[in-house]
Structure formats: structure tokens, C-alpha cells
Design a protein around this ligand. Structure first.
Ligand code: SAH
Length: 219
């Protein structure tokens, strides 16, 4: 049995995880279905398989973490994903969030600033045969070459209103980002209006690893 095997035990643990996410208030059925179907344990070394379906973040090397399933579920729900949406993710990390978006029918573009992590995740995504477009570079500037996007999600702590990213959104597009200082961030959902302005709402406090780069904390 290699780590790509999806056993009944894994499937059972995922059902429990989804039940817990429901209890914690996640309502988007498409998000829950994607989490229930996707073998998150493939991101874990075999020694840590037990951790794969607990609702917690976990180190993935290079000082980075795979986001907590609840956090992925909250961010993905706030994006209100429709099949065919063109989505940009800043901070590919393990690739878990990107896979969830892909399974929901989004066209996914994801950018990662850590070269080793980028290479590792690219190999894994290739082996899954998922058509997710992965980029290496400073995502704090977005990915202007492929803009505009229907949805943008930042999965690292963002120092202020991410105006460069907001510019890369379509009208009625949604940007979800944790905005704050390095210790605590507010989950923000921005919606781009027809006149170019943005509505902005807060969805609770989180703690993410810092966004690096030109519009992040440091280089
Ligand atoms: N979405 C990921 C979790 C990401 S953790 C998952 O599902 O596993 C945050 C990631 O953002 C880290 O991998 C970090 O290297 C990356 N990151 C930090 N600054 C960045 C930047 N400027 N551009 C792109 N990625 C960045």
C-alpha cells in the first residue's frame, strides 16, 4: 500500500472531518463534497498519516504549513466558487487548497515563492494528473499576465489592503485574504463593484504565515 492508496479507513476519517466542519458552521455543500472526496493524506509523510484528517494545520517543510481544513473550507466558501471560475491562489504551499478548488470545477492558477516547495508540489500535482497551472514567483504582485480573475485567494498573512490584487479581479469578482499584522489577521472578503470600488467584509480572526515579497512583509 503506497501513500496514494485511499483506504476505507481514510474515507471514514474524511467523513468524520466533514461532519466536524459542518458542526463548525461550513455550509457550502460543494466545498464539503470536495473535502470529502480528496485524499489529503497524500501530503503527509507516512509516519504522520494519523494527522491528515484532524482539523489542524501541519508542517510541510521549508518552515511552511498545510492550512487547517476549517481554514481552507472558510476561504473557499467565501469565494463562492462556480464551475468554470478562473481562480488565482497566492501561496500554493502543499497544493491542498488548489486541489480543492480544482475539484470544484475552477480553472486554477496558483503561485508559490519558495522554490523547493514549488518543485515538490509540482511533482505531486503532476502525479495526480490535475490540470492546475502552477507558477514560481512573487505572488504578492498577483499574476498580471493571466488577469483578470473571477476569484483570488491569498493563503498568507497580508499586511494591508491588497490593491494590486484587487486590480486583477473581474467586476463582481471576489478576493479573500487574511489582512492584519504578523500575529493576527482578519479574514476579509472584498467584492469588486461595477464602478471599480470594493465592498469589504470581515469574517473572524486567523493566524497565517507571512506573505513575503514586494507587497508582503519582507523579501
Ligand atoms: N494554500 C496552502 C497553504 C499555504 S501556506 C495549502 O493549501 O497548503 C502559505 C504559502 O505562501 C507558503 O507556502 C509560502 O511559501 C507562500 N508565500 C509566501 N509569500 C509568498 C509570495 N509573495 N508569493 C507566493 N507565495 C508566497
Amino acid at each position: 500500500m503506497d501513500k496514494f492508496t485511499d483506504s476505507f479507513r481514510h474515507q471514514g476519517l474524511r467523513k468524520k472531518l466533514v461532519k466536524l466542519l459542518r458542526e463548525k458552521g461550513i455550509k457550502d455543500e460543494k466545498v464539503l463534497a470536495a473535502i470529502e472526496s480528496f485524499p489529503r493524506h497524500i501530503f503527509f509523510d507516512e509516519a504522520f498519516l494519523e494527522h491528515a484528517y484532524q482539523d489542524k494545520a501541519f508542517p510541510i517543510g521549508e518552515g511552511q504549513t498545510i492550512s487547517q481544513p476549517y481554514t481552507v473550507a472558510v476561504q473557499t466558501s467565501l469565494l463562492n466558487i462556480k464551475k468554470g471560475d478562473k481562480v488565482l491562489e497566492i501561496g500554493t504551499g502543499s497544493g491542498y487548497q488548489a486541489c480543492i478548488l480544482y475539484l470544484m470545477g475552477a480553472k486554477v492558477y496558483s503561485i508559490e515563492y519558495n522554490k523547493n516547495l514549488f518543485n515538490k508540489t509540482r511533482m505531486l500535482i503532476n502525479s495526480l494528473n490535475y490540470d492546475i497551472k502552477l507558477f514560481y514567483g512573487d505572488g504578492s504582485k498577483g499574476l498580471p499576465g493571466f488577469a483578470p480573475y473571477d476569484k483570488i485567494v491569498v493563503t498568507a498573512a497580508t499586511p494591508g489592503t491588497p490593491s494590486v490584487l484587487l486590480e486583477q479581479l473581474n467586476v463582481n469578482g471576489i478576493l479573500v485574504a487574511p489582512v492584519g499584522n504578523e500575529h493576527v489577521q482578519a479574514m476579509k472578503q472584498y467584492i469588486k463593484q461595477a464602478d471599480g470600488s470594493y465592498s469589504e467584509k470581515d469574517f473572524g480572526q486567523y493566524k497565517f504565515v507571512p506573505l513575503l515579497g514586494a507587497h508582503g512583509w519582507r523579501n
